[in-house]
Design a protein around this ligand. Structure first.
Ligand SMILES: Nc1ncnc2c1ncn2[C@@H]1O[C@H](COP(=O)(O)OP(=O)(O)OP(=O)(O)O)[C@@H](O)[C@H]1O
Ligand SMILES: [Mg+2]
Length: 321
Protein backbone atom coordinates (compact mmCIF):
# COMPACT_ATOMS: atom_id res chain seq x y z
CA UNK A 1 0.00 0.00 0.00
CA UNK A 2 1.34 3.44 -0.81
CA UNK A 3 1.99 5.89 1.99
CA UNK A 4 -0.73 8.07 0.54
CA UNK A 5 -3.48 5.56 1.14
CA UNK A 6 -1.92 4.20 4.30
CA UNK A 7 -1.81 7.53 6.06
CA UNK A 8 -4.97 9.53 6.51
CA UNK A 9 -3.04 12.80 6.80
CA UNK A 10 -1.97 12.27 3.19
CA UNK A 11 -5.20 10.73 1.97
CA UNK A 12 -7.20 13.70 3.28
CA UNK A 13 -4.72 16.47 2.58
CA UNK A 14 -6.78 19.26 0.99
CA UNK A 15 -6.15 19.84 -2.72
CA UNK A 16 -8.01 23.17 -2.99
CA UNK A 17 -8.01 26.35 -0.92
CA UNK A 18 -11.74 25.93 -0.23
CA UNK A 19 -11.08 22.58 1.43
CA UNK A 20 -8.61 23.99 3.90
CA UNK A 21 -10.15 24.02 7.37
CA UNK A 22 -10.28 27.41 9.07
CA UNK A 23 -7.54 29.98 8.18
CA UNK A 24 -10.34 32.11 6.68
CA UNK A 25 -8.41 35.36 6.49
CA UNK A 26 -5.49 33.63 4.77
CA UNK A 27 -7.71 31.97 2.20
CA UNK A 28 -9.34 35.33 1.44
CA UNK A 29 -6.05 37.17 0.96
CA UNK A 30 -4.59 34.41 -1.19
CA UNK A 31 -7.67 34.27 -3.43
CA UNK A 32 -7.25 37.99 -4.13
CA UNK A 33 -3.56 37.53 -4.88
CA UNK A 34 -4.32 34.67 -7.25
CA UNK A 35 -6.42 36.99 -9.40
CA UNK A 36 -3.17 38.68 -10.41
CA UNK A 37 -0.85 35.73 -10.49
CA UNK A 38 2.04 37.45 -12.23
CA UNK A 39 2.20 40.09 -9.51
CA UNK A 40 2.50 37.60 -6.69
CA UNK A 41 5.03 38.74 -4.06
CA UNK A 42 7.34 36.45 -2.13
CA UNK A 43 5.42 34.83 0.70
CA UNK A 44 6.19 33.97 4.30
CA UNK A 45 3.98 31.43 6.06
CA UNK A 46 4.37 31.33 9.83
CA UNK A 47 2.45 29.30 12.37
CA UNK A 48 2.22 26.21 14.58
CA UNK A 49 2.72 22.60 13.36
CA UNK A 50 -0.14 20.92 11.55
CA UNK A 51 -2.02 24.10 10.73
CA UNK A 52 -1.81 23.85 6.93
CA UNK A 53 1.30 25.80 5.88
CA UNK A 54 2.92 23.20 3.62
CA UNK A 55 -0.49 22.15 2.32
CA UNK A 56 -1.27 25.74 1.34
CA UNK A 57 2.08 26.15 -0.41
CA UNK A 58 1.40 23.07 -2.53
CA UNK A 59 -2.13 24.22 -3.35
CA UNK A 60 -0.73 27.58 -4.49
CA UNK A 61 1.88 25.91 -6.66
CA UNK A 62 -0.86 23.89 -8.34
CA UNK A 63 -3.10 26.88 -8.90
CA UNK A 64 -0.40 29.17 -10.24
CA UNK A 65 1.62 26.74 -12.31
CA UNK A 66 -1.11 24.42 -13.51
CA UNK A 67 -0.84 20.72 -14.16
CA UNK A 68 2.92 20.82 -14.68
CA UNK A 69 3.45 22.44 -11.30
CA UNK A 70 6.05 19.92 -10.11
CA UNK A 71 8.35 20.86 -13.00
CA UNK A 72 8.35 24.49 -11.94
CA UNK A 73 8.46 24.00 -8.19
CA UNK A 74 11.51 23.36 -6.09
CA UNK A 75 10.70 22.27 -2.56
CA UNK A 76 13.62 22.35 -0.15
CA UNK A 77 14.09 21.90 3.52
CA UNK A 78 16.06 24.95 4.56
CA UNK A 79 17.31 23.39 7.79
CA UNK A 80 18.79 20.47 5.88
CA UNK A 81 22.31 19.84 7.18
CA UNK A 82 23.79 20.35 3.73
CA UNK A 83 23.11 24.02 4.19
CA UNK A 84 22.58 27.08 2.12
CA UNK A 85 25.22 26.22 -0.47
CA UNK A 86 23.15 23.26 -1.58
CA UNK A 87 20.11 25.48 -1.68
CA UNK A 88 21.97 27.99 -3.84
CA UNK A 89 23.28 25.29 -6.15
CA UNK A 90 19.89 23.64 -6.55
CA UNK A 91 18.18 26.95 -7.19
CA UNK A 92 20.79 27.85 -9.82
CA UNK A 93 20.40 24.57 -11.65
CA UNK A 94 16.65 24.77 -11.37
CA UNK A 95 16.62 28.34 -12.70
CA UNK A 96 18.71 27.34 -15.68
CA UNK A 97 16.65 24.36 -16.71
CA UNK A 98 13.07 25.40 -16.20
CA UNK A 99 11.93 27.19 -19.35
CA UNK A 100 9.04 29.58 -19.53
CA UNK A 101 5.99 28.08 -21.05
CA UNK A 102 2.86 30.06 -21.77
CA UNK A 103 0.75 30.38 -18.65
CA UNK A 104 3.66 29.78 -16.30
CA UNK A 105 4.49 33.21 -14.88
CA UNK A 106 7.50 32.13 -12.82
CA UNK A 107 9.15 29.31 -10.94
CA UNK A 108 8.37 28.70 -7.32
CA UNK A 109 10.84 27.80 -4.58
CA UNK A 110 9.29 26.50 -1.37
CA UNK A 111 11.68 26.63 1.59
CA UNK A 112 10.35 24.75 4.58
CA UNK A 113 11.71 25.24 8.12
CA UNK A 114 13.34 28.52 7.11
CA UNK A 115 13.56 29.64 10.75
CA UNK A 116 15.91 26.76 11.53
CA UNK A 117 18.69 28.23 9.41
CA UNK A 118 21.42 30.49 10.77
CA UNK A 119 21.38 34.25 10.28
CA UNK A 120 24.34 33.89 7.90
CA UNK A 121 22.48 31.40 5.77
CA UNK A 122 19.48 33.71 5.74
CA UNK A 123 21.63 36.60 4.57
CA UNK A 124 22.89 34.40 1.74
CA UNK A 125 19.30 33.47 0.99
CA UNK A 126 18.38 37.13 0.74
CA UNK A 127 20.98 37.57 -1.99
CA UNK A 128 19.73 34.47 -3.80
CA UNK A 129 16.20 35.87 -3.72
CA UNK A 130 17.38 39.15 -5.19
CA UNK A 131 19.41 37.52 -7.93
CA UNK A 132 16.50 35.36 -9.01
CA UNK A 133 13.51 37.54 -8.29
CA UNK A 134 12.61 38.20 -11.91
CA UNK A 135 11.79 34.61 -12.73
CA UNK A 136 11.37 33.08 -9.27
CA UNK A 137 9.04 33.51 -6.32
CA UNK A 138 9.88 32.21 -2.88
CA UNK A 139 7.55 30.77 -0.27
CA UNK A 140 9.32 30.67 3.09
CA UNK A 141 7.72 28.50 5.75
CA UNK A 142 8.46 28.64 9.46
CA UNK A 143 6.96 28.09 12.88
CA UNK A 144 8.13 31.43 14.28
CA UNK A 145 8.56 34.52 12.14
CA UNK A 146 10.86 35.88 14.85
CA UNK A 147 13.40 33.31 13.61
CA UNK A 148 13.52 35.03 10.22
CA UNK A 149 15.87 38.00 9.79
CA UNK A 150 14.19 41.36 9.25
CA UNK A 151 15.45 41.96 5.65
CA UNK A 152 13.88 38.64 4.58
CA UNK A 153 10.60 39.38 6.36
CA UNK A 154 10.36 42.77 4.71
CA UNK A 155 10.65 41.18 1.26
CA UNK A 156 7.66 38.92 1.83
CA UNK A 157 3.94 39.18 2.33
CA UNK A 158 3.47 37.54 5.74
CA UNK A 159 0.67 35.06 6.46
CA UNK A 160 0.10 33.98 10.05
CA UNK A 161 -1.54 30.59 10.38
CA UNK A 162 -3.62 30.02 13.51
CA UNK A 163 -3.72 26.95 15.67
CA UNK A 164 -7.02 25.27 14.78
CA UNK A 165 -9.84 25.52 17.30
CA UNK A 166 -11.71 22.56 18.72
CA UNK A 167 -14.84 22.96 16.57
CA UNK A 168 -12.79 22.99 13.34
CA UNK A 169 -10.69 20.00 14.32
CA UNK A 170 -13.74 18.00 15.42
CA UNK A 171 -15.66 18.86 12.27
CA UNK A 172 -12.76 17.70 10.10
CA UNK A 173 -12.26 14.48 12.08
CA UNK A 174 -15.99 13.69 11.88
CA UNK A 175 -15.85 14.01 8.11
CA UNK A 176 -12.87 11.63 7.87
CA UNK A 177 -14.59 9.17 10.22
CA UNK A 178 -17.68 9.26 8.01
CA UNK A 179 -15.65 8.51 4.88
CA UNK A 180 -13.78 5.70 6.64
CA UNK A 181 -17.05 4.21 7.96
CA UNK A 182 -15.88 4.61 11.53
CA UNK A 183 -18.20 4.65 14.48
CA UNK A 184 -16.98 7.07 17.12
CA UNK A 185 -18.21 7.41 20.67
CA UNK A 186 -19.17 10.88 21.89
CA UNK A 187 -16.04 11.51 23.94
CA UNK A 188 -13.49 10.38 21.31
CA UNK A 189 -13.06 13.71 19.53
CA UNK A 190 -12.75 15.65 22.77
CA UNK A 191 -10.00 13.28 23.89
CA UNK A 192 -8.17 13.74 20.58
CA UNK A 193 -8.33 17.50 20.84
CA UNK A 194 -7.13 17.42 24.42
CA UNK A 195 -4.08 15.38 23.43
CA UNK A 196 -3.21 17.36 20.29
CA UNK A 197 -4.24 20.96 21.02
CA UNK A 198 -5.05 22.21 17.54
CA UNK A 199 -2.32 20.36 15.63
CA UNK A 200 -4.48 18.80 12.92
CA UNK A 201 -1.78 16.48 11.63
CA UNK A 202 -1.30 14.97 15.05
CA UNK A 203 -5.06 14.82 15.58
CA UNK A 204 -5.62 12.85 12.36
CA UNK A 205 -2.70 10.52 13.13
CA UNK A 206 -4.01 9.89 16.62
CA UNK A 207 -7.50 9.14 15.33
CA UNK A 208 -6.04 6.63 12.86
CA UNK A 209 -3.95 5.02 15.57
CA UNK A 210 -6.91 4.75 17.94
CA UNK A 211 -9.19 3.41 15.20
CA UNK A 212 -6.64 0.68 14.43
CA UNK A 213 -7.48 -0.87 17.80
CA UNK A 214 -10.96 -1.56 16.43
CA UNK A 215 -13.02 1.17 18.08
CA UNK A 216 -12.81 4.90 18.38
CA UNK A 217 -13.56 5.90 21.96
CA UNK A 218 -12.10 8.24 24.54
CA UNK A 219 -10.32 5.23 26.05
CA UNK A 220 -8.87 3.94 22.79
CA UNK A 221 -7.66 7.46 22.05
CA UNK A 222 -5.99 7.82 25.43
CA UNK A 223 -4.28 4.48 25.18
CA UNK A 224 -3.14 5.08 21.59
CA UNK A 225 -1.57 8.35 22.65
CA UNK A 226 0.35 6.80 25.51
CA UNK A 227 1.46 3.49 26.91
CA UNK A 228 0.51 1.28 23.98
CA UNK A 229 3.46 2.55 21.96
CA UNK A 230 5.88 0.58 24.12
CA UNK A 231 3.90 -2.60 23.65
CA UNK A 232 3.90 -2.12 19.90
CA UNK A 233 7.64 -1.63 19.77
CA UNK A 234 8.07 -4.82 21.80
CA UNK A 235 5.91 -6.73 19.28
CA UNK A 236 8.00 -5.43 16.40
CA UNK A 237 11.25 -6.51 18.06
CA UNK A 238 9.73 -9.93 18.77
CA UNK A 239 8.73 -10.30 15.10
CA UNK A 240 12.24 -9.41 13.96
CA UNK A 241 13.86 -11.85 16.38
CA UNK A 242 11.49 -14.52 15.06
CA UNK A 243 12.91 -13.90 11.60
CA UNK A 244 9.77 -12.13 10.33
CA UNK A 245 11.65 -9.25 8.74
CA UNK A 246 8.98 -7.95 6.31
CA UNK A 247 6.22 -7.92 8.91
CA UNK A 248 8.38 -6.17 11.48
CA UNK A 249 9.46 -3.58 8.95
CA UNK A 250 5.91 -2.74 7.84
CA UNK A 251 4.84 -2.26 11.44
CA UNK A 252 7.89 -0.15 12.27
CA UNK A 253 7.13 2.20 9.36
CA UNK A 254 3.51 2.37 10.45
CA UNK A 255 4.53 3.19 14.01
CA UNK A 256 7.01 5.91 13.11
CA UNK A 257 5.00 7.46 10.27
CA UNK A 258 1.39 7.07 11.32
CA UNK A 259 1.80 7.18 15.07
CA UNK A 260 4.65 9.66 14.79
CA UNK A 261 6.88 7.83 17.25
CA UNK A 262 10.37 9.38 16.99
CA UNK A 263 13.05 6.93 15.86
CA UNK A 264 15.21 7.47 18.93
CA UNK A 265 12.23 6.60 21.12
CA UNK A 266 11.71 3.51 19.03
CA UNK A 267 15.26 2.40 19.84
CA UNK A 268 14.91 3.24 23.52
CA UNK A 269 11.69 1.20 23.81
CA UNK A 270 13.27 -1.58 21.76
CA UNK A 271 16.14 -1.75 24.22
CA UNK A 272 13.73 -1.89 27.17
CA UNK A 273 11.74 -4.61 25.46
CA UNK A 274 14.83 -6.65 24.72
CA UNK A 275 15.76 -6.55 28.39
CA UNK A 276 12.63 -8.45 29.35
CA UNK A 277 12.71 -11.00 26.52
CA UNK A 278 14.18 -14.43 26.19
CA UNK A 279 16.76 -14.06 23.46
CA UNK A 280 19.33 -16.67 22.53
CA UNK A 281 22.13 -14.40 21.47
CA UNK A 282 21.41 -11.45 23.75
CA UNK A 283 24.93 -10.01 23.46
CA UNK A 284 24.77 -9.70 19.69
CA UNK A 285 21.22 -8.36 19.78
CA UNK A 286 22.18 -5.61 22.22
CA UNK A 287 25.24 -4.62 20.23
CA UNK A 288 23.12 -4.38 17.09
CA UNK A 289 20.84 -1.91 18.88
CA UNK A 290 23.80 0.07 20.19
CA UNK A 291 25.31 0.30 16.71
CA UNK A 292 22.11 1.78 15.27
CA UNK A 293 21.64 4.11 18.19
CA UNK A 294 25.06 5.51 17.34
CA UNK A 295 24.15 5.87 13.66
CA UNK A 296 20.95 7.75 14.46
CA UNK A 297 22.87 10.18 16.66
CA UNK A 298 25.22 10.70 13.72
CA UNK A 299 22.21 11.85 11.72
CA UNK A 300 21.85 8.98 9.24
CA UNK A 301 18.52 8.56 7.49
CA UNK A 302 16.38 7.15 10.34
CA UNK A 303 13.88 4.94 8.52
CA UNK A 304 16.65 3.29 6.52
CA UNK A 305 18.69 2.70 9.67
CA UNK A 306 15.81 1.14 11.61
CA UNK A 307 15.03 -1.07 8.63
CA UNK A 308 18.64 -2.24 8.50
CA UNK A 309 18.53 -2.89 12.23
CA UNK A 310 15.43 -5.08 11.91
CA UNK A 311 17.10 -6.96 9.05
CA UNK A 312 20.11 -7.71 11.25
CA UNK A 313 17.94 -8.85 14.14
CA UNK A 314 16.04 -11.13 11.76
CA UNK A 315 19.31 -12.53 10.44
CA UNK A 316 20.19 -13.72 13.96
CA UNK A 317 17.32 -16.15 13.78
CA UNK A 318 18.47 -17.55 10.45
CA UNK A 319 22.00 -18.01 11.77
CA UNK A 320 20.81 -19.63 14.98
CA UNK A 321 18.48 -21.88 12.93
N1 LIG B 1 -6.09 23.83 7.76
C1 LIG B 1 -6.11 22.53 7.45
N2 LIG B 1 -7.16 22.01 6.78
C2 LIG B 1 -7.21 20.70 6.47
N3 LIG B 1 -6.25 19.82 6.78
C3 LIG B 1 -5.18 20.27 7.43
C4 LIG B 1 -5.05 21.66 7.80
N4 LIG B 1 -3.89 21.81 8.45
C5 LIG B 1 -3.31 20.60 8.51
N5 LIG B 1 -4.09 19.67 7.90
C6 LIG B 1 -3.81 18.23 7.82
O1 LIG B 1 -2.57 18.00 8.48
C7 LIG B 1 -1.58 17.54 7.56
C8 LIG B 1 -0.32 18.35 7.79
O2 LIG B 1 -0.52 19.69 7.39
P1 LIG B 1 0.67 20.59 6.85
O3 LIG B 1 1.75 19.74 6.33
O4 LIG B 1 0.11 21.60 5.93
O5 LIG B 1 1.12 21.25 8.22
P2 LIG B 1 2.18 22.40 8.47
O6 LIG B 1 1.45 23.61 8.92
O7 LIG B 1 3.07 22.52 7.30
O8 LIG B 1 2.96 21.79 9.74
P3 LIG B 1 4.54 21.73 10.08
O9 LIG B 1 4.89 23.07 10.67
O10 LIG B 1 4.63 20.64 11.10
O11 LIG B 1 5.27 21.42 8.80
C9 LIG B 1 -2.18 17.72 6.18
O12 LIG B 1 -1.81 16.65 5.34
C10 LIG B 1 -3.67 17.70 6.42
O13 LIG B 1 -4.13 16.37 6.40
MG1 LIG C 1 5.00 21.80 6.93
Amino acid sequence: MSLETLMWVEKYRPARLEDLVDQTAIKGRLKLMLEKKDQLPHLLFAGPPGSGKTTTAVILARQILGENWTEYTLALNASDERGIDTVRQRIKTFARFADRRAGVPFRLVILDEADETTADAQTALRRIMEENSRQTRFVLICNYSSGIIEPLQSRCAIFRFQRLDEASVTGHLEEIARQENLKASGDAFGAIYEATQGDLRQAINLMQAAAASGELTGDSVRSASGASVKARVAEIVRLALDGEFEASRTRMVELTKVYGVPERDFLRFANEALGSMKVEDMGTAVSILAEYDFRLVQGSQPELQLTAMLAQLSALKKKGG
